[in-house]
Every structure is written in C-alpha cells, then in structure tokens.
Design a protein around this ligand. Structure first.
Ligand code: ZN
Length: 375
C-alpha cells in the first residue's frame, strides 16, 4: 500500500493546554468584594472557547484532513531567548506552591508553569515543522495565550510569550533574517511589540481595537526604536469596526508593509476576539472575515516565502461563535472546504457598520498609511 498523500497543514493541539485554570472569576475579575461567584469557573479565558474549535473541526471532518500533532514543552534554552531567568524561577515557584497572579490579570493554578511551557512548545513546534518543510502552514491552538506577556512580567491572561518564543526558536535554528508577526487579536500585541521593539529582523504589526487593552492604548505613534525604527506598526481601529474596516486595513497597510519587508516566515498572533459577540471587545467580525484575512496573508506568504504561514492562537472568548471563526481560518490554511454553514452570518452581516462609519474609518487608515510611508 502506498503512503497517504502528505498533509498540507498541521494543527498543533494538546489536551493538557485545556486544563490551565486561573481559578474563579467573573470575566476577568477575581471573585470577592462585590463580584459574585459565577457558574463554572466564570473566567472569560475558558477551555471551552478553545476546545470547541477542535470539536467543530472533528465534527466537520476537517481534523482528518490535517496533521494533528502535539509538541514537546518549550525548553529552558527556548524560554531564555525571551524571558528572564528570574521571572521563570518566580513563575515556577508560584506554580508549584498552588498558583497565583504575578502580573496584571494573569492568574494561573498549580502546574500552570508546565502548561504554559507546553503552550509555548506547540507554537515553537508549529513554526519549526513549517520551516523544516514538513507542512506548508500550521495552526497552534496554544493555551494559555502569549501576546501580552513581557520578558519579566505576565499580563492579560498571558504567561509566556508564545509567538515571540516561536520566532526566536526558528530564527536560531534556521537562521532567518526577516520574520513578520501579524497580530489580529482585538487587543494590542504589547508584549510582542516590546520584545522586538529595537530590532529589524522581526517585524511586528498589530491591528487592534483602539484603547481596548492595554486599557487606553492606541499606539500608532510607536514605530520602533534604534535599529527597529520603522519595523513596528500599530493599526488601531474604532470600536464597532467590522469587515470593511479590517479588510481595508489589510489592503492598505498590512499587505503593503509585508510586501516591503519580504518576510521569510509569517507568524500570526491569531486572537479571534474581534468577533461580533466577544465579551471582551466591541468589534463586528464574523467567520468570513477571518477566512479572508487568512487568504490575504497566504497570498503574501506565497509571494515571499513559499507559503510559510504559522498561526498561533491568542484570545477569543465567545464560546458559541469562536469555533466558526477558527474553523474558517484552518479551512483556508488547508484549502479544504467542509460545508460547515455559519448560521450567525445571517445576523452579523446585516449588523455591519454603515457607509459613513466605514468611510470615516477608511479615511483614518489612509492617513495612517501615508504616515507609514506606504502611499
Ligand atoms: Zn485579545
């Protein structure tokens, strides 16, 4: 019997990542004072918002078209490329002692350190296998997420800097001169930005809801420093923006910036929390938008780096809707179409912002493109 055809797309997943828990919360507020105990754990960053992506992929048959894999936990060498030894020691000690919160809104339970290392390992494994040519592209369902985490300070549910760790691991192993990180999580990718702010070998680009998180942050003036000047792009979008604004931001800024940079690998910080019913943001995307943004980045990757595109999961908290968005992304990556109907489209499409909103947001994006020298 001949071998089955090689799979185009890898999906990195591990049940243990779904066992991460920061204890009882209401959305992101610890229970106590006037905050009531919820049903379940109550934390917005729940296992189910991720598990259901895989569940839908299993139900539709998409999983069978992918190489579904796990990966080893990130090693000390991997972690020390980004994080301080002091932070790692402090994190491990607190994790062994039963958990806690060492930063801002970043709780974890006993064993959280090992789970976070595994989450980072999935990201590294996904990037490494694509660089080794085993797959054209990959998705890592990493949990806990990573893009808010700083070298010495966890933040915003993020305990280790997964995307940055993946970039550094493949840069070291495969000697890459130019990696681009596109962050479409609805919140600003502040950790990733800080880690690479003074470097030109990793381009960072964040499309986010203006002033959402970190609270009050926009960031369009922050474009890198020293050798990194001009290699950090922030594209804040007005609360309420929908598909028109996101796709215009991609056409006008994201894609031209990537074409100018000519990346050897594109990493995506793939938060799905710009969806129309997310509890932690105010945007209006739906599954077709996530599919379209994926397609646009795949075309850039085809032009510059043999299609090498690796999406690493970040936020996304609407348990009922996130699966449709994740499924649409992975379908595009794998070039498979399973016939899953997204019934929410009948609601979210008519709810998109009107012409005057879109025209105003486009005008702001045009001004930003000129400021970035992309005119
Ligand atoms: Zn987010």
């Amino acid at each position: 019997m001949s071998d089955p055809a090689p799979k185009r797309t890898a999906f990195f997943y591990d049940e243990r990542c779904l066992w991460h828990s920061g204890g009882m919360h209401a959305l992101m507020m610890p229970v106590g004072g006037w905050v009531q105990p919820p049903s379940g754990s109550g934390h917005a960053e729940s296992p189910d918002s991720k598990r259901r992506i895989k569940s839908l992929m299993d139900a539709s048959g998409l999983s069978e078209r992918l190489a579904v894999r796990s990966a080893p936990a990130a090693t000390d060498d991997d972690l020390l490329r980004v994080h301080t030894r002091e932070y790692l020691q402090r994190f491990k000690a607190a994790s062994d002692a039963g958990g806690g919160d060492l930063g801002e809104l970043a709780p974890f339970g006993k064993g959280g350190y090992e789970i976070a290392r595994l989450s980072a390992g999935l990201a590294i494994g996904a990037a490494d296998t694509v660089m080794r040519g085993l797959y054209r592209n990959a998705y890592a369902l990493s949990r806990p997420p990573g893009h808010h985490c700083l070298p010495d300070h966890p933040m915003g549910f993020c305990l280790l800097a997964n995307v940055a760790l993946a970039a550094e691991a493949v840069r070291a192993a495969h000697h890459l001169a130019r990696i681009a990180i596109v962050d479409w999580d609805v919140h600003h990718g502040n950790g990733t930005q800080a880690i690479f702010y003074e470097r030109a070998d990793v381009l960072t680009l964040s499309v986010h809801q203006d002033r959402c998180f970190p609270f009050g942050y926009s960031g369009e003036e922050e474009r890198g420093r020293g050798a990194g000047q001009g290699y950090n792009y922030n594209i804040p979008l007005l609360a309420g923006a929908g598909q028109d604004s996101y796709l215009y931001a991609f056409e006008r800024i994201v894609v031209p910036a990537l074409d100018r940079y000519r990346p050897e690998l594109i990493l995506v910080a793939s938060g799905l929390d710009a969806n129309a019913v997310d509890p932690l943001a105010r945007m209006q995307l739906h599954s077709e938008t996530f599919g379209a943004m994926t397609r646009m980045l795949m075309e850039v990757a085809d032009r510059h780096c043999q299609g090498r595109l690796v999406a690493i999961h970040e936020g996304g908290y609407a348990e009922a809707y996130v699966p449709f968005c994740g499924h649409a992304i992975v379908e595009q990556l794998a070039d498979e179409h399973m016939g899953v109907e997204d019934p929410f489209l009948a609601i979210f499409k008519p709810q998109q912002p009107g012409e005057r909103f879109n025209a105003f947001q486009r005008q702001l994006l045009d001004e930003l493109a000129v400021a970035f020298g992309l005119d």
